[in-house]
Write a protein that binds this ligand. Structure first.
Ligand code: NAD
Length: 321
């Protein structure tokens, strides 16, 4: 089997490779050629940790496996480690033998950013010029970099509960030669594309804060109970997702579905737009909303690409197992 350590991921995985792998696997999911297995997520009752598995099989791409990991809230303070810890395991779909073990921490950030970037590529207006980011935590930096590659944005605006943390986004905008402005949440009405990437349990972005024609990529809600945007936005927007089953149970759509203002049938898998079997945006004033819940197949698709590159570059460690 091959091992690709976490320390090598930064030099091996480009944003473009992550984008291509995620776009392809979303398309395969919509065609029924790839499926995610039910997610397991458990509170361990130890170190206040949440631990779980996200797995799947992509028959088209040949990726079988799972990502194991979770959230250890005391890691940073007690051990100097990051709180999110995960590892991807890939198996040979023909024999069941383990093929690779891949560091999953940076990979998760890159595959999550790739998902919202794919949604922007396929759903945002082509004349989108102002990019808005709600949230300035760890993931937000990856989100901003990937989004900037999808349209010729000429301005970035940001909102965070603690405005002092917006420096992280301002620095990335500056790297790209773009002006950055910290705004009130109402100021998000100026944005053509808005990414929400917070761990909120109550909506912060409401209908009044979103202009007609905006594309929203809601990326923070990946757990039952979390919520970033007003449920009424989902009732009036055209809603797209990575996987409908996750969107209605643990994604941003869970609240509108529970309130009876959105049905699972009204949610379109983004892969169907990528495949061309369902139209994406149908008008310049339409609000499109991508509910990015994060599926195991994203991790497997990106990890499978990464293993090939690591072997080619001599950076994968071979173990007789
Ligand atoms: P982080 O802890 O580094 O940052 C959290 C962000 O949420 C900060 O900007 C913080 O200000 C904001 N926030 C928290 N509570 C808030 C509140 N009540 N009101 C307003 N803002 C609030 O976390 P991160 O690593 O950047 O992750 C952000 C979210 O993305 C988490 O919910 C995480 O679970 C989720 N996530 C989703 C995927 C996916 O595939 N969809 C993948 C990775 C992470």
């Amino acid at each position: 089997m091959w091992i690709v350590p976490e320390r090598e991921i930064g030099s091996l995985l480009t944003r473009q490779a992550a984008f291509d792998a995620v776009e392809q696997v979303f398309a395969a999911m919509a065609q029924g050629a790839a499926r995610n297995f039910p997610v397991i997520r458990e509170a361990l009752g130890h170190e206040d940790a949440l631990y779980g598995f996200k797995g799947g099989f992509d028959a088209a791409g040949g990726a079988l496996g799972l990502k194991a990991g979770g959230y250890w809230p005391h890691n940073h303070a007690r051990r100097g480690l990051i709180n999110h810890q995960s590892t991807v395991f890939l198996f040979d779909p023909d024999s069941g033998r383990v093929r690779a073990m891949v560091g999953g921490n940076l990979l998760t950030a890159l595959r999550t950013a790739a998902a919202s970037a794919v949604s922007i590529r396929h759903l945002a207006r082509t004349d989108a010029r102002t990019l808005g980011i709600v949230g300035a935590g760890h993931q937000s930096a990856f989100q901003l970099r990937a989004a900037l590659e999808q349209r010729p944005f000429d301005r970035v605006i940001g909102w965070n509960r603690d405005a002092g943390k917006l420096d992280r986004l301002a620095a990335i905008a500056a790297e790209a030669g773009l002006p950055f402005e910290a705004v009130s949440i109402e100021g998000m009405r100026d944005a053509d594309v808005i990414i929400t990437i917070t761990s909120c349990f109550a909506p912060v972005l409401l209908s009044d804060h979103v202009a007609p024609g905006t594309h929203l990529a809601c990326m923070g809600t990946d757990t039952i109970g979390k919520q970033e945007v007003g449920a009424d936005l989902l009732a009036t927007a055209r809603v797209f997702t990575d996987e409908v089953a996750q969107s209605v149970t643990l994604g941003e759509a869970q609240h509108a579905v529970a309130a009876g203002t959105l049905s699972a049938e009204a949610i379109t898998p983004l892969g169907a737009v990528i495949n061309g079997s369902t139209p994406g945006r149908t008008g310049k004033d339409e609000v499109t909303l991508f509910d990015g819940t994060g599926v195991g197949l994203q991790d497997l698709a990106v990890a499978a690409t990464l293993v090939e590159v690591a072997i080619e570059q001599g950076l994968a460690i071979e173990v007789d197992f």
